[in-house]
Design a protein around this ligand. Structure first.
Ligand code: AMP
Length: 522
C-alpha cells in the first residue's frame, strides 16, 4: 500500500496507471468503520487501482461544529485499508489542499456552489456553507485523482444527490457510485460520530431507523401522503425522549424538492440530536419495488445471504420456509391427519398469512397466521418433522405460491428456494443461482455438525448424500431445482458470507443503473 501526502506525487503515480487500469476513488474523513469498508470493497470489486482519501475537511464544518474533536485515528485506518487490499492512500494536509479560512469568512479561494434548491432543505438548512465545503473538496479530489469511478454512501443522501448533480453540471468524466447504508444489528446507521455515543445512547439511537421503518411499512400499505408519513416518524421518535428532532423531511431523491405525496419515489430523511451528537439517517420509499429471486441447492448458504441482502437493501425477506412451517403448524393445531389432503386443502383455502420484516437481520421474519403470531411456535421439532410432508402436497404448494406471488406483486421482496426464479417470480429484476461444489457443501456441513458436538462425521458419506439430494431436487415433479436461463450463477466456494452478500448487492445496483440507462422506472 502506498501513502501519498503530496498532490504532485500522487498524480505522477496515477499517470502511469491511468491508461492500463480503472481507477476508483473513495473519499472519506477517516475514523473508518464498516460503512466505509463497504465503499472500499465495492471499489476493489469494480476497479483496478483504489485510492482512499482521508481528509477531515474544515470547509464542511460550520463554526459551532465538532471540527476539533472529530475522531482522528490514522494508524488504525491505514491498517484496515492495508488488510482490505487498498493500493493507494491519500492523506493531504489542509495546506496541501489549499484551504485558507472557512466558507463563512469567505477567505477561501474558489469555491463550488451547488444549486440553492438542493442545499436549502434537509441538512443544508441547519449547516450553512456545509455543502459548498463538500462540493469544493469533492471537486478538488475528483480533479486530483481523476478516477473512473467514485464511491459515496447513501447514508449522506443529500450529499450524494448534490455530487451527482455537480458531476452532471460540470461535465466531469467520472461515474458516481452510490452504496447502501450499512447498519448495526440494532438498525443504527454506522457513522464515525457514533463514537461519541455511550452504550445506552446507542440503544436509544436505534429508534431513528425504527421510525423510518414505520413509515416504510405504512407506505407499502399504500399510505403516500407526506404529512402522514412524517407524522409516523415523529411519533416513533417521540417514544425515546432524549432524541431531539432537528428535521424530518420527505423530498424527491434527485432534486431534493419537497413532496406532498410520494408518487414514485421519496427520500425520507431524519436528523436528530442525542445529547450533543448529531445523527442522520434516511430511507428511500419507492413505489416500484424490486424482486430478487435466489435459487440453488441445499447448503449453498442461501438463507443467511438472503437475510443479509434483505436487510441491506430494505427488502422484505419472503421466508417461504416459514410459510410452509406456518401451514404445518395450523394443520397440527387443527389435528388434521397429514394424509388427509382434501381436508388440508380446505383448511388452507381460508388461511390468512402475513409476513412482517424483523427489526434486525438476526431475527426471523415475523409470521402471523389467521392473526396469531407464530414466529416462535413454527420452529419446534414437531413442526420440523412434518413440514416436508405438508410442503409436498400439491394443494398446499399451489396456495402458498399464490400467496408468494401476491407478496411479490406488492414488491420489495427477496425470496430464496429452488424454483423462485423459474416458477414463483419469473419476472424478477434480479435472479441469482447460488451454488457451491458438492465437496465444499460437504465440508461446510461437516463443520456445522462438529460445531454441534458431533465428533465422527464421515465427509465422504455426506458428499454422497448431498449429491443424491441434488439429483432428487432437480428431478422431482413439483418445483424441481433449476437455474433460470437469465439467472446469474455465483459459486460460493472460497467466498465468505459477506463477500457473497456484497456481490449480490453490487449486481443489484448495477442492474438498477442499467435500468436507469434504458430509461426504465426504478
Ligand atoms: P465520511 O468519512 O463520514 O465523510 O464518509 C465517507 C463516505 O462514507 C461517505 O460517502 C459516506 O456517505 C459513506 N458512509 C458513511 N457512513 C456510512 C454507512 N453507514 N453506510 C454507507 N456509507 C457510509
Amino acid at each position: 500500500m502506498l501513502l501519498f501526502e503530496q498532490i504532485t506525487e500522487l498524480r505522477s503515480y496515477l499517470a502511469s496507471k491511468r491508461f492500463k487500469s480503472q481507477i476508483g476513488l473513495v473519499p472519506t474523513m477517516g475514523a473508518l468503520h464498516c460503512g466505509h469498508v463497504s465503499l472500499i470493497q465495492a471499489a476493489i470489486a469494480q476497479t483496478d487501482t483504489v485510492v482512499v482519501s482521508i481528509f477531515v475537511n474544515p470547509l464542511q464544518f460550520t463554526p459551532t461544529e465538532d471540527l476539533q474533536k472529530y475522531p482522528r485515528q490514522l494508524q488504525q485506518d491505514l491498517r484496515l485499508c492495508e488488510q482490505l487490499g487498498v493500493e493507494v492512500i491519500f492523506t493531504p494536509t489542509v495546506e496541501e489542499m489549499g484551504i485558507i479560512g472557512d466558507t463563512e469568512s469567505q477567505s477561501v479561494t474558489t469555491t463550488v456552489v451547488p444549486p440553492v434548491t438542493m442545499t436549502s432543505g434537509l441538512c443544508g438548512r441547519f449547516r450553512p456553507g456545509h455543502f459548498i465545503g463538500v462540493a469544493t473538496i469533492v471537486t478538488k479530489l475528483l480533479q486530483i485523482v481523476q478516477p473512473h469511478r467514485a464511491y459515496f454512501g447513501q447514508k449522506d443522501a443529500q450529499q450524494l444527490a448534490i455530487i451527482r448533480r455537480l458531476v452532471a453540471d460540470l461535465n466531469l468524466a467520472v461515474e458516481i457510485v452510490g452504496c447502501p447504508i450499512v447498519r448495526e444489528k440494532s438498525g443504527l446507521a454506522l457513522s464515525s460520530r457514533n463514537q461519541y455515543l455511550s452504550a445506552t445512547e446507542k440503544q436509544q439511537a436505534a429508534v431513528i431507523y425504527r421510525s423510518l421503518q414505520q413509515a416504510a411499512r405504512a407506505f407499502k400499505q399504500r399510505e403516500n401522503r407526506v404529512e402522514a408519513l412524517i407524522d409516523l416518524v415523529k411519533q416513533e421518535l417521540a417514544t425515546v425522549p432524549p432524541i431531539k428532532i432537528q428535521y424530518v423531511e420527505l423530498v424527491d431523491p434527485q432534486t431534493l424538492q419537497p413532496l406532498d405525496r410520494v408518487k414514485e419515489k421519496g427520500l425520507l430523511a431524519v436528523a436528530a440530536y442525542l445529547g450533543s451528537t448529531r445523527l442522520i439517517d434516511n430511507i428511500v420509499l419507492n413505489q416500484h419495488q424490486p424482486i430478487i429471486a435466489i435459487d440453488g441447492p441445499a447448503g449453498a448458504g442461501k438463507s443467511t445471504v438472503t437475510r443479509r441482502v434483505a436487510e441491506q437493501l430494505g427488502l422484505l425477506y419472503l421466508d417461504t420456509g416459514a410459510m410452509y412451517r406456518a401451514v404445518t403448524w395450523l394443520v397440527m393445531q387443527a389435528k388434521i391427519p397429514i394424509e388427509d389432503q382434501a381436508k388440508i386443502g380446505d383448511l388452507i383455502k381460508e388461511v390468512q398469512l402475513d409476513l412482517i420484516p424483523a427489526d434486525s437481520p438476526e431475527l426471523p421474519t415475523k409470521v402471523l397466521i389467521n392473526g396469531q403470531d407464530v414466529t416462535q411456535a413454527i420452529r419446534t421439532p414437531e413442526v420440523t418433522s412434518q413440514v416436508s410432508a405438508i410442503a409436498a402436497q400439491a394443494a398446499v404448494r399451489q396456495e402458498l405460491v399464490r400467496l408468494q406471488k401476491y407478496f411479490g406483486a406488492r414488491g420489495g421482496v427477496i425470496a430464496e428456494g429452488r424454483d423462485i426464479g423459474t416458477n414463483v417470480f419469473p419476472d424478477a429484476e434480479l435472479k441469482i443461482f447460488l451454488t457451491a461444489t458438492v465437496a465444499e457443501r460437504a465440508r461446510r456441513r461437516t463443520q456445522d455438525l462438529k460445531n454441534l458436538g458431533h465428533q465422527s462425521v464421515d465427509i465422504e458419506q455426506l458428499a454422497q448424500e448431498i449429491q443424491k439430494r441434488d439429483e432428487q431436487d432437480s428431478n422431482r415433479v413439483i418445483a424441481p431445482l433449476k437455474k433460470a436461463d437469465d439467472a446469474i450463477e455465483i459459486i460460493t466456494d472460497g467466498l465468505t458470507i459477506e463477500q457473497v452478500t456484497q456481490q449480490i448487492i453490487d449486481l443489484y445496483w448495477r442492474r438498477k443503473a442499467e435500468g436507469r440507462g434504458k430509461g426504465t422506472q426504478n
